[in-house]
Ligand binder design. Structure first.
Ligand SMILES: Nc1ncnc2c1ncn2[C@@H]1O[C@H](COP(=O)(O)OP(=O)(O)O)[C@@H](O)[C@H]1O
Ligand SMILES: [Mg+2]
Length: 456
């Protein structure tokens, strides 16, 4: 009869609705469908867990209180059900409702709708979800090795699952060290291309005169020194995913060539005549503010629009609350054996210092600090001092000058990090001239476009 009914003979549908008649005429569903209504938001999770349905309908045709919507969202976060919403124009004007649909439902129908339309949407949604093996709301499967339980990371994992099931280019934004590359890998692993290659290139690390030959490859004799054919990175990603890291550093000339490839879906090796069709998915990332870079003419707008069809934004570590401690413990569990004596966790002062610190270098900096503490500590528990995060209790006796110096350095580092290491806005926020900021950065050994290594 159809995929939805075939799988379990009867399609079990949970309908979250205040209305006894489900908000539509259930009798038009006909045989092969079994509809169960949940009236209270607080019961949704229990009912679904007791007997997982084939799909679900959320009736969002009338007003709900913040508390009810909160209860619903909490349940949806923990359930792996393909949801379709029923709603109306008036409710769609409410941002809370729009966000709920956007984040948790695969589709929605608007009143006035026919039951046939709802059935069609349910079948379609369920069919698409089962094609992917995992449902789009699945978060644990799509996060890869990424650690994170806070609301911001959970929302990111949900977006990640959604973009993974699409073919369009994804642009990942986030400060340095937040996990952009890890997220790109997780998208690939959760996508239909997971069996294909995942090729990551750091566009900022290739000398500008070599970018084109590295990306596109070349034929033998294309230039002096081209002794044999070389397959470029793009071609190597055939059938898989190409991750263009630090795309903001790609020279303008190479941007043109990349744009051509994105428009045509084919490449020509340098010195070659044959155009090679490609089948791959592009993910790009950078810590550079691409909007500003377009303004300055450093990044082409047409390329920007090609690359940023879907976007994923990774929150900075300082906004992830207790995830900081979870990550620190994960690093300790992985690298604890590198210590010269057994370490039994983190002291209270270390925990407090980690929670208060701004983490300009994000997860990368946290890993560096914890690893160094593991090797250097003489304590049973890692202290704030071992992490070189001097909380009040551990503050060593220092001269006032040294304290001032350190505060100045810390302030500059934090402000620079919050502006993506862009000097102009950072100088503005610190209320100093650009020249002064450069001088201070030099004095404190803070470099542009690189987060300071832990321990500097
Ligand atoms: N959520 C996370 N859970 C575990 N490890 C993480 C997480 N985010 C980042 N990392 C680790 O932090 C380091 C920096 O991540 P990376 O993806 O290279 O950051 P970016 O590309 O944003 O600079 C890597 O070692 C990565 O494995
Ligand atoms: Mg990176």
């Amino acid at each position: 009869m159809d995929r939805l009914c075939k799988a379990s003979r009867t399609a079990q549908i949970v309908v979250v609705s205040r209305h006894e008649d489900f908000g539509f005429d259930p009798s038009s569903f006909g045989p092969g469908w079994e509809l169960r209504r949940v009236q209270q938001m607080r019961d949704v999770e229990r009912v679904v867990r007791a007997s997982p349905p084939s799909a679900g309908v959320i009736d969002l045709q009338d007003e709900y209180s913040d508390a009810e919507l909160g209860q619903l969202e909490l349940a949806l976060q923990h359930l792996h059900v393909t949801w379709v919403a029923i709603t109306c124009d008036a409710m769609l004007a409410d941002e809370r409702v729009r966000r709920l649909i956007r984040d948790y439902c695969v589709d929605y129908v608007r009143t006035p709708f026919s039951v046939q339309e709802l059935i069609y949407t349910l079948k379609h949604a369920h069919g698409m979800a089962s094609l992917h093996g995992a449902r789009p709301q699945e978060t644990t499967a799509s996060r890869g090795t990424m650690i994170g339980e806070c609301a911001a990371m959970r929302a990111m994992f949900r977006s990640l699952a959604k973009v993974a099931h699409n073919e369009a280019p994804v642009f990942i934004s986030g400060e340095s060290g937040t996990g952009k590359e890890l997220a790109a890998q997780a998208i690939h692993d959760a996508s239909s291309r997971r069996k294909g290659p995942f090729i990551a290139i750091n566009c900022g690390a290739i000398p500008s005169h070599l970018v084109q030959s590295e990306l596109f490859g070349y034929e033998k004799g294309a230039f002096t020194g081209a002794n044999q054919r070389k397959i470029g990175w793009i071609e190597q990603a055939q059938g898989g995913t190409l991750f263009l890291d630090e795309i903001g550093d790609l020279p303008l000339e190479s941007q043109v060539a990349l744009l051509r490839f994105l428009q045509q879906g084919t490449i020509t090796r340098l010195g070659g005549h044959q155009s090679i069709p490609l089948n791959l998915r592009i993910i790009s990332a950078t810590h550079v503010d691409l909007v500003a870079a377009q303004g300055d003419g450093r990044f082409r707008s047409d390329l920007f629009h090609r690359l940023c069809v879907l976007t994923l934004s990774i929150p900075p570590l300082r906004e992830r609350g207790e995830d900081i401690l979870q990550l620190a413990n994960a690093v300790l569990a992985e690298h604890g054996h590198e210590a010269h004596r057994r370490i039994r966790g983190f002291s209270a002062c270390a925990t407090q210092a980690m929670m208060q610190y701004a983490w300009p270098g994000n997860v990368r900096e946290l890993i560096n600090r914890v690893r160094r503490a593991i090797v250097m500590t003489d304590n049973r528990k890692i202290t704030a001092e071992d992490l070189q995060l001097h909380g009040g209790a551990e503050l060593p006796r220092k001269t006032l000058d040294a304290i001032r110096e350190e505060a100045e350095r810390e302030a500059i580092r934090n402000v620079m990090a919050s502006h993506g290491f862009h000097v102009v806005p950072a100088a503005r926020e610190l209320n100093v001239s650009r020249v002064t900021l450069y001088r201070l950065m030099h004095k404190h050994n803070i470099r542009v476009e690189s987060q300071p290594a832990a321990g500097e």
